[in-house]
Write a protein that binds this ligand. Structure first.
Ligand SMILES: Cc1cc2nc3c(=O)[nH]c(=O)nc-3n(C[C@H](O)[C@H](O)[C@H](O)COP(=O)(O)OP(=O)(O)OC[C@H]3O[C@@H](n4cnc5c(N)ncnc54)[C@H](O)[C@@H]3O)c2cc1C
Length: 434
């Protein structure tokens, strides 16, 4: 690669990087995207539910051409306890019709398409190129050093969209120079299990290509704080889980062992029976939230998406925050270009735009949630167990008069979680969410 100068150099062809590149290219900027994978999507992991709104703002009616799997029409939450499950669900016919609410996606198919939109708009995408460091002149980031021979790339602004555990933002001095704390990280892993379309539709009671998402909580995660998921694709299922790294270190369990427990659960096993595992992938999810946000800008550099800890665990959102932040980063750079000023003061506009958007508003609102989740492994087992106990006893005809049965249920509930702890848990949960 010859030494070249661009208006912007985007590192990472994930949702954040591509949203930034698309915005910049459409705004007439000369933009290069550097991706370490052999193609976009080869290094990316997502459950993956993609919400419509943020992508629609970038590519109107994208579902008509994008390689999405199924629009999600039914969402379920399963509370597991032993072999029992309490199932909660919501089904919407509106979610199954245009313009839809969310979709299941496979990133290996989705990301190349999304990157093509940026290329069509004029962005240059270079794969198989790992960025090793930023290049600084008098404290100003002026480009990046890559692993290619003569591979320095110069640009007025670098946008770090390099995902979780962003070394680039550290090298640029936007993150503290210390290991990422385990309690800010969730270990995610998933399998893509292939099954014929008609088998999936029959097992999940689906029609007209509509899809279902199931999230599982409770002792299926063996005391680790987190959740498991099962999403329907066209001709495969995405089955996986995300658990706090600090819990895995405490319980000394391996993510793939937890995945085996999940696959053997009597409510899950029949749904995946005879399926062929086509893919296994694992990746970190940065869930430190608002208190763990890095500096979002510096002289000649911005950081967006997972690289900036922009995920919302309460709403299963990551890719849409990444797209919104990428778009706003692109917009801030276009404004800086018009001013010909790429100083930190000029790029501070990015943070202002994020402040006005749902990205920082939501992260701030849920600022206590990551701390709460990091300590909720036990609660995430106790309450699903309680829900199952209550459901089982309510539905069992024991011959005991109902009044006595209800009293026994209440006593059992308080044995599982004494009243002061119940009140404390409710208070902490409300404080974390409101
Ligand atoms: C198991 C799991 C389930 C998830 N489920 C969901 C879900 O259902 N819905 C949802 O919205 N989000 C989900 N997420 C989160 C979601 O995947 C991320 O929030 C989203 O991908 C963030 O996009 P990004 O562009 O910031 O980062 P990424 O998608 O991680 O993209 C970063 C890119 O940068 C590249 N890169 C990294 N370092 C370099 C380098 N030095 N040089 C060049 N290129 C580099 C990588 O190869 C990658 O392509 C899930 C995550 C996991 C792990």
């Amino acid at each position: 690669m010859a030494e070249e100068k661009f208006d912007a150099c985007v590192v990472g062809a994930g949702p954040a990087g591509i949203a930034a590149a698309l915005t910049l290219a459409r705004g007439g900027a000369d933009v290069i995207v550097l991706e370490r994978g052999s193609a976009p999507g080869t290094k990316n992991v997502m459950g993956g539910i993609l919400y419509r709104k943020m992508l629609q703002d970038l590519v109107p009616d994208f579902w008509k051409e994008a390689p999405i799997e199924r629009p999600i029409a039914e969402e379920q939450a399963w509370l597991t306890s032993g072999e029992n499950v309490v199932k909660l669900g919501f089904r919407s016919e509106a979610f199954a019709k245009e313009p839809y609410n969310s979709f299941s996606v496979l990133r290996a198919r989705f990301d190349p398409w999304f990157a093509q939109q940026a290329e069509k708009a004029g962005a240059m995408l270079i794969n198989e190129t790992t960025v090793l460091d930023v290049i600084k002149e008098d404290g100003q980031v002026v480009g990046v050093r890559t692993d290619r021979k003569e591979g320095d790339v110069y640009a007025d602004v670098v946008i770090a969209g390099d995902g979780a555990i962003s070394w680039l933002s550290k090298k640029a001095g936007l993150q503290p120079d210390r290991p990422f704390p385990a309690e800010h990280l969730v270990v995610g892993c998933k399998e893509v299990i292939e099954l014929p379309r008609e088998v999936i539709e029959q097992r999940f009671n689906l029609k007209d290509n509509a899809g279902m998402s199931i999230e599982l909580f409770g002792d299926v995660l063996r005391g680790n704080a987190g959740y498991a998921f099962l999403y329907t694709n066209k001709e495969s299922l995405s089955l996986g889980l995300g658990v706090m790294l600090n819990d895995l270190m405490r319980t000394k369990q391996k993510p793939y062992e937890l995945l085996d427990v999940l696959k053997a659960h009597p409510a899950v096993a029949p749904l995946i029976k005879d399926g062929e595992v086509r893919e296994y992938a694992a990746k970190m999810i940065p869930e430190g939230g608002y208190p763990a946000l890095p500096h979002l800008y510096g002289p000649g550099i911005l950081v967006a998406g997972d690289a900036a800890m922009m995920t919302n665990a309460a709403h299963r959102e990551g890719s849409n925050l990444a797209m919104e932040a990428g778009k706003l980063a692109g917009r801030a750079v276009l404004e800086a270009k018009a001013r010909r000023d790429f100083s930190a003061a000029s790029l501070a506009r990015y943070e202002k735009l994020l402040e006005q958007s749902f990205v920082l508003k939501d992260l701030r609102r849920y600022r206590k949630l990551p701390h709460f989740i990091a300590r909720s492994g036990e609660m995430l087992t106790v309450y699903p167990a309680m829900a199952n106990m209550l459901a089982e006893r309510f539905l069992t005809v024991s011959g005991m008069p109902k009044g006595e049965e209800q009293l026994a249920m209440l006593k059992e509930m308080l044995r599982m979680r004494p009243l002061p702890r119940l009140i404390g848990d409710t208070w902490r949960a409300l404080r974390a969410m409101l």
